[in-house]
Design a protein around this ligand. Structure first.
Ligand SMILES: Cc1ncc(C[n+]2csc(CCOP(=O)(O)OP(=O)(O)O)c2C)c(N)n1
Ligand code: SF4
Length: 249
């Protein structure tokens, strides 16, 4: 009897165990990126840029070319790669500490220049790798090791809404916020990633996919509770949606 394969590991993904905490969204997003690359037949053209943060070992999981970047500099490295190889699919993968804190300068200027790259932004509201300290995205009142009484805007400001901020730059082609906290969100995230890759390959400009993802370990929640926290609480500060899907320049 012929066997029909209906679900398989993406070819762009290595068959190795991941170091991520069980239930963490990083692994889910890694897979979605690989599925999109396979479906668009871009594996030989893809170049990822891995951040410093929990995803620092992304090159161990993706079976396509990957460069490492110093903390916060992934967008700058991606810019250089894309300018040298404009026909490649260049993906900058970054957490919120990496992208919105130490790397905010690179993030803003790369978007403002409209570099033809795709930035995948994992918003888990803290610095996961180093123990869950406050990030620019930490919610008001959220307790972390550096905000033990809860984030207080009068001393630490408000959560920065990156997808909305990025959308404000004229040269940005596409900016969305999705989540991998539930099945619907996973499907929408896959569609957003795929669309961003397609736009980049057509030369349409800078694309940004912000993804609300849990850090269940540092949030001290079960993976199920952490995903519920995203859907019930985190989305109130970070609404899901498309903030820009338009070509101005
Ligand atoms: C120049 C520099 N400063 C600080 C650090 C320490 N450090 C490593 S990862 C990290 C934050 C990572 O958080 P995030 O970018 O949100 O990614 P996550 O781990 O949550 O995926 C920090 C501050 C470093 N490695 N290099
Ligand atoms: S510390 Fe948080 S972000 Fe890092 S792997 Fe664990 S759950 Fe994921």
């Amino acid at each position: 009897m012929a066997t029909k394969i209906i679900f398989d590991k993406p070819k762009s993904m290595k068959d190795v165990p991941m170091h991520y905490c069980p239930g963490c969204g990083h692994g889910v997003v890694h897979r979605l990126i690989c599925e999109a690359i396979d479906e668009l037949n871009l594996r030989e053209k893809a170049i990822g840029v891995a951040p410093v943060g929990c995803a620092v070992l992304a090159y161990d999981y993706w079976d396509f070319d990957v460069s490492e970047a110093a903390h916060g500099r992934a967008a700058a490295v991606a810019t250089g790669i894309k300018r040298v190889w404009p026909d490649r699919l260049v993906i900058s993968y970054q957490g919120d500490g990496d992208l919105a804190s130490i790397g905010m300068g690179e993030t803003i200027h790369t978007a403002n220049r409209g570099e033809n790259i795709t930035v995948i932004f994992i918003n888990n509201a803290n610095y996961g790798m180093t123990g869950g300290q406050m990030a620019p995205t930490t919610l008001v009142g959220q307790k972390t090791p550096t905000t033990p009484m809860g984030r207080e805007p009068s001393s630490t400001g408000f959560p920065i809404k990156m997808a909305e901020l990025i959308a404000s730059f004229p040269a940005v082609r596409y900016s969305v916020r999705t989540t991998v906290a539930d099945f619907k969100g996973v499907v929408q995230t896959k569609m957003a990633i795929k669309k961003a890759f397609e736009l980049q390959m057509k030369g349409e400009g800078y694309t940004f996919v912000e993804i609300l993802s849990n850090c269940n370990t540092n949030w001290e929640m079960s993976p199920v509770d952490a995903n519920r926290f995203i859907l019930e609480t985190m989305v109130q500060t970070f609404p899901l949606g498309t903030f820009k899907d338009e070509r101005y320049v």
